[in-house]
Design a protein around this ligand. Structure first.
Ligand SMILES: Cc1cc2nc3c(=O)[nH]c(=O)nc-3n(C[C@H](O)[C@H](O)[C@H](O)COP(=O)(O)OP(=O)(O)OC[C@H]3O[C@@H](n4cnc5c(N)ncnc54)[C@H](O)[C@@H]3O)c2cc1C
Length: 410
């Protein structure tokens, strides 16, 4: 087994090249911390990561001087958000009251976002990204985490670092290996994920489409819709016992806009992927030598499309609190725990909102509890009051306790 000294005996080893890991890697390397990011996949080209880059993240990119280049990547601007409740259109948020440079959600496939961050980070001399590096365990020494063990196409590897950060998502290997306790907050939904061709002339790009018992999210990716059909947790197996035609009919019931092409694009269950949803949180985010952030510390539901942005905010807060100390080699257990103290409140508030929407909006719709489809009262009020839509957009777009970049550029 080779001892890894290249990438070069990093001060910080980040596990996972998702939004949290890539942003933290960039920020720490920018501050002069020798940083390596380990990503188990060979590229970022998985389409089930979500597309929503919120105003809070756009503002971070602006503070880093990256926004204009970033927006050269393919994306679509979403200035208002809404959807269909049966035949009734609801409008829930209007971002145009925010400062002009971030007065929208940038709908950008996440591989574009991660590729962009990777390209920028690779310009920094203290940054290294290792793809196909699958972390399988932690190295512990003298009562603290001293690095990671993993496998790659070149064989097994070990990387020792002053600090290891688990950014490896909601099925985090790092948090499991560290034995950090997880509190499950309950997610009564799962998602079926598939693509349907989109007519170029289509003008309706609403995200949410709801019928009695059925709910589909339609992400406009230009020539196709990336669709997420929301089902009750554990319901996928029973659904898959039924003919695919029944599934297609349920989808079209909620999203008539998909009717023309769904038969050609969703020919069998092979064209449909199950994504399981979790909402949970660690009670302790760190131990000596180790910290978890992003979904590894608090798995987020897709509701509101906020998980990516919360992960980015965690990364910014972590760099703000730790970059200088990591560079000096003096980050101790209290310093690592300061990240939890800073980010716990926004995490709790956001998860509480997600669980509330799951239980009070989604479950009644999926259960078909009402004889007719009724738009929930808060949505009717929002639709009727444009001023409230701006307040909602600010809450959703900037999140709770939005962070600013305070970590230094070396
Ligand atoms: C079905 C679904 C849809 C969603 N849609 C949206 C959306 O539209 N917008 C939104 O904001 N949020 C969405 N979310 C939530 C969002 O995906 C997460 O909150 C967000 O991706 C968290 O970012 P992260 O960087 O913490 O983790 P992740 O994005 O999960 O990234 C973790 C990374 O670690 C890598 N990794 C994992 N294990 C290892 C290992 N052992 N070794 C090395 N690398 C490893 C993974 O390959 C991955 O690249 C959705 C969630 C679900 C379940």
């Amino acid at each position: 087994m080779a001892e890894e000294t290249d990438a070069s005996s990093p001060q910080c080893c980040i596990v996972g090249g998702g939004p949290a890991g890539m942003m933290l890697g960039y920020l720490l390397a920018r501050a002069g911390v020798r940083t390596v990011v380990l990503e188990k996949h060979g590229d970022f080209l998985r389409d089930f990561r979500g597309d929503t880059v919120h105003p809070s993240t756009l503002r971070i990119m602006d503070e880093l001087g990256l926004l204009d280049d970033f927006l050269q990547r393919p994306h679509r601007r979403l200035e208002v958000i809404g959807g269909w409740f049966g035949a009734r259109h609801v409008q829930l948020g209007d971002f145009r009251g925010l400062p002009a440079r971030y007065a929208f959600i940038a709908m950008m496939p996440q591989w574009e976002f991660l590729d962009f961050l990777a390209d920028e980070a690779k310009k920094l001399p203290t940054f290294a990204l290792r793809m196909r590096a699958n972390v399988i365990g932690l190295i512990e020494s003298e009562g603290r985490v001293a690095g990671v063990r993993g496998t790659s196409p070149d064989g097994e590897f070990e990387i020792r670092a002053d600090c290891t950060v688990g950014c490896d998502g909601r099925h985090s290997t790092v948090r499991a290996a560290a034995g950090l306790a997880v509190k499950d907050l309950g997610a009564p939904i799962d998602v079926l994920w598939f693509r349907v061709t989109r007519d170029p002339a289509e003008v309706d790009s609403s995200l949410a489409r709801i019928a009695l018992g059925h709910f589909v999210v339609t992400i406009d990716r230009g020539d196709y819709w990336q669709c997420a059909f929301v089902i009750a947790k554990g319901g996928a197996e029973a659904l898959k016992q039924r003919p695919i035609e029944e599934f297609r009919a349920q989808v079209v019931d909620a999203g008539p806009v998909l009717a023309a092409h769904i038969a050609a694009d969703v020919r069998s269950w092979d064209d449909v992927r199950l994504l399981t949803v979790a909402v949970d949180r660690l009670t302790q985010w760190s131990k000596p030598g180790l910290l978890c952030i992003g979904d590894a510390a608090h798995a987020m539901s897709p509701i509101g499309g906020v998980g990516i942005n919360l992960a980015i905010q965690d990364a910014v807060a972590t760099a703000n609190l730790l970059a200088v100390k990591l560079r000096a080699g003096i980050a101790n257990a209290d310093d690592l725990d300061a990240v939890r103290s800073r980010r716990l409140w926004p995490t709790k508030a956001t998860q509480a909102a997600q669980v509330g929407i799951q239980n009070n909006v989604l479950l009644p719709v999926l259960g078909g509890a009402n004889a007719e489809l009724r738009v929930p009262l808060p949505m009717r009020i929002l639709t009727a009051m444009p001023a409230l839509q701006r307040v909602m957009a600010r809450l959703l777009g900037m999140g709770v306790r939005p962070e600013h970049v305070r970590s230094p550029a070396a």
